[in-house]
Design a protein around this ligand. Structure first.
Ligand code: NCD
Ligand code: ZN
Length: 370
């Protein structure tokens, strides 16, 4: 089938809807430009959900130990391919930057087609980031190399300074670190990952073609109230943490604007319930299984369904310099109830401590991937 722009199979008008009602969306198959697939048993549990929807995914390297070498990335890629058992899915590997990263290793991995990008975690900013970068100045040689060879730098954009309010850490990172970095390396290709603020959206909008941002489904759906609704709700805790409503609205405007600097990256980050529901719970929202339906709901609510395909399937590959996917995926307007728990490779309803709580658990979604 020819990849096409989303088309209507309906055509009737619906009161309250912003445009004509569409019952079926045929989209060029999307890619996920930011996902955590984990390793071992968890990898086996979650990778099929990503491979079902996405043709490619930028796989985060924050394992323990982190993926810092070409050899480790090759081996991890093999484990991912084994976990998706023959699905038409290409994992795009990333290199975890540390204070000791060597430009030669990164360049070799890029030239050999193993590394698609480098990932910069400020040390202690998030899950498994202890080995991250303590001072950007230490990586001047790495940045110069990335700029020279055109290898993208993916940034977790939050300062770790304990003096800075958690809700301000992204905006402060942009001011203190990102702006100076881009000034000294104007040719560096940078993706500001999982943006959460109007400051980030504005900054990316004003940047040149070398600057882009990924936007997650959850930051389009929830604001920070979600973490405290009727009690403490760890399922809505992720990093960067969700912000005020005004920021969620700014992200919705950016994602649905048709600006190619904003594209899909789920930041699906599974943690077992036992690690979420505990005294010091992990950050991360597991959204892979219903990610496309989740984005579709947002684009529909914003009256921008016709822009979903470009956000999900075109702007990412263009930024990365990769071909668009040829195959398609179909969404139908059909309610589906998201289960409270997912466990194992089948979408069962285990109650165990190892179960995963999907984003939108217990909610009805109005679209379904067929
Ligand atoms: C991610 C994880 O669990 O690996 N958590 C999250 O809240 N997003 C790490 C990250 O992307 O910050
Ligand atoms: Zn992430």
């Amino acid at each position: 089938m020819e990849p096409s722009t989303p088309h209507a199979a309906g055509g009737m008008e619906r009161a309250g809807a912003k445009g004509p009602v569409v019952d079926r969306l045929v989209l060029r198959r999307p890619d996920d430009w930011h996902v955590h697939l984990r390793d071992g048993r968890m990898l086996e549990m979650v990778a099929p959900a990503t491979a079902r929807l996405f043709a490619r995914a930028i796989v985060m390297p924050n394992l323990t130990p982190p993926i810092t070498t070409v050899a480790a990335a090759r081996a991890y890629r093999e484990r991912i391919l084994a976990a998706v058992a023959g699905a038409a899915f290409t994992p795009l590997m990333t290199a975890y930057l540390t204070d000791a990263s060597e430009p030669e290793e990164l360049e070799r991995g890029y030239r050999e087609g193993v590394f698609s990008a480098c990932k910069l975690y400020p040390a202690h900013a998030t899950t498994n980031s202890a080995a991250g970068v303590s001072d950007l100045a230490k990586l001047a040689g790495v940045f110069a190399t990335l700029e020279r060879i055109g290898m993208p730098l993916l940034i977790h954009g939050e300062v770790t300074d304990p003096e800075v309010d958690v809700f301000d850490r992204e905006a402060v990172f942009i001011e203190r670190h990102l702006q100076p970095l881009l000034q000294s390396h104007p040719g560096l290709k940078v993706v500001l990952e999982h943006i959460t603020t109007s400051e980030a959206a504005d900054f990316v909008r004003q940047g040149g073609p070398n600057l882009a941002a990924t936007i997650t489904p959850h930051h389009l759906h929830i604001n920070r109230n979600a973490m405290f609704r009727g009690g403490l709700r760890p399922d809505f805790y992720c990093l960067p943490v969700a912000k005020r409503e005004q920021h969620r609205l700014a992200l919705r405007a950016a994602a649905t604007s048709g600006n190619p600097s904003f594209f899909l990256g789920t930041d699906s980050a599974p943690h077992p319930r036992s690690a979420k529901e505990t005294a010091c719970g992990c950050a991360g929202i597991y959204n892979a299984p219903y990610a496309l339906e989740s984005y579709a709901a947002v684009f529909e609510e914003e009256g921008a369904l016709e822009r979903l395909e470009a956000f999900a399937s075109e702007y990412g590959p263009r930024f990365y310099g990769l071909p668009l996917n040829d195959s398609t995926i179909t969404l139908e307007r059909r309610d589906q109830l998201v289960p409270q728990r997912l466990h194992g490779s089948a979408a069962g309803s285990g109650e165990g401590a190892q179960a995963l709580v999907p984003f939108h658990a217990g909610e009805l979604l109005g679209w379904r991937v067929v």
